[in-house]
Design a protein around this ligand. Structure first.
Ligand SMILES: CC(C)(COP(=O)(O)OP(=O)(O)OC[C@H]1O[C@@H](n2cnc3c(N)ncnc32)[C@H](O)[C@@H]1OP(=O)(O)O)[C@@H](O)C(=O)NCCC(=O)NCCS
Length: 211
């Protein structure tokens, strides 16, 4: 299992989440109706304790939570989080993102983090498919999915109630080979048990051919 690692992008550092990010500022994002209009967080009140519980649950489940930290503007600092929930048996990661800091929205940070997380999940974590789901009305999130080359992967009709209306939940998916082709990266095969044991045999001195 790939351990969460820091990931650097042009303007951001995706830092594995830790206690230092459990701040009042972070909690305030989750209690801000404007930030949570499209997310399940809108249904509850959040506290440092509830955020710590979520973070510990992510660690225990072997999922990844990265804090997004702006590198080129220290006044912004921690602006949101990006998370990957694994279904390792099937090589799938479901990704969600939240930009909590209002001053950081609409500046391309979520897209930048999304592309970097996809790179990491395909390249380092060996995932085969990345999925995401959002309300049909979440124009910004759907734009990110589209730009990442994700394709519709089903929908649940009239799934949520938002502002008194019924809204579809739209799923999207991105497959490893399509992503690597788009990024112009070398296509390495996802690691299966067979390729893993082949790699172990190659690494083992007794399996090396003698001259
Ligand atoms: C959705 C969200 C992650 C977008 O973050 P962001 O950093 O503002 O997004 P970006 O600046 O990278 O923009 C992504 C795209 O959305 C568009 N966009 C950004 N804000 C928008 C808005 N308010 N209305 C319409 N489009 C918007 C951008 O133009 C861009 O489109 P493009 O690639 O076609 O140019 C952020 O608004 C957020 O965290 N919202 C709350 C949580 C949430 O909804 N998460 C998604 C569920 S997984």
């Amino acid at each position: 299992m790939a351990r969460p690692q820091p990931v650097k992008t042009e303007r951001l550092l995706l830092e594995p989440f830790s206690e230092k990010f459990l701040t009042r500022r972070y909690v305030a994002w989750l209690n801000d109706d404007a930030v949570t209009a499209f997310s399940r967080h809108r249904h509850g009140r959040h506290t440092i304790a509830s955020c710590r519980e979520y973070f510990n649950g992510m660690l225990k489940a072997g999922n990844i939570l990265w804090a997004m930290v702006v590198r080129d503007d220290p006044s912004l600092g921690h602006i949101g989080n990006i998370a990957a929930y694994f279904d390792r048996a099937n090589g799938i990661a479901d990704v969600t993102v939240l930009i909590g800091e209002p001053a950081a929205q609409g500046r391309g940070y979520a897209s930048e983090a999304w592309f970097a997380a996809c790179d990491w999940l395909f390249e380092k974590a060996g995932m085969r498919k990345i999925t995401a789901g959002t309300m049909e009305t979440n124009v910004a999130m759907r734009a990110i999915m589209k730009r990442a080359g994700m394709v519709e992967d089903g929908r649940r009709a009239r799934h949520y109630l938002q502002g008194g209306g019924e809204v579809d939940l739209v799923y999207a998916a991105l497959f490893r080979e399509n992503w690597l082709k788009r990024r112009g990266l070398t296509l390495t095969r996802p690691r299966t048990n067979r390729t893993r044991s082949r790699a172990r045999r190659r690494a083992s001195p007794s399996a090396r051919r003698r001259p």
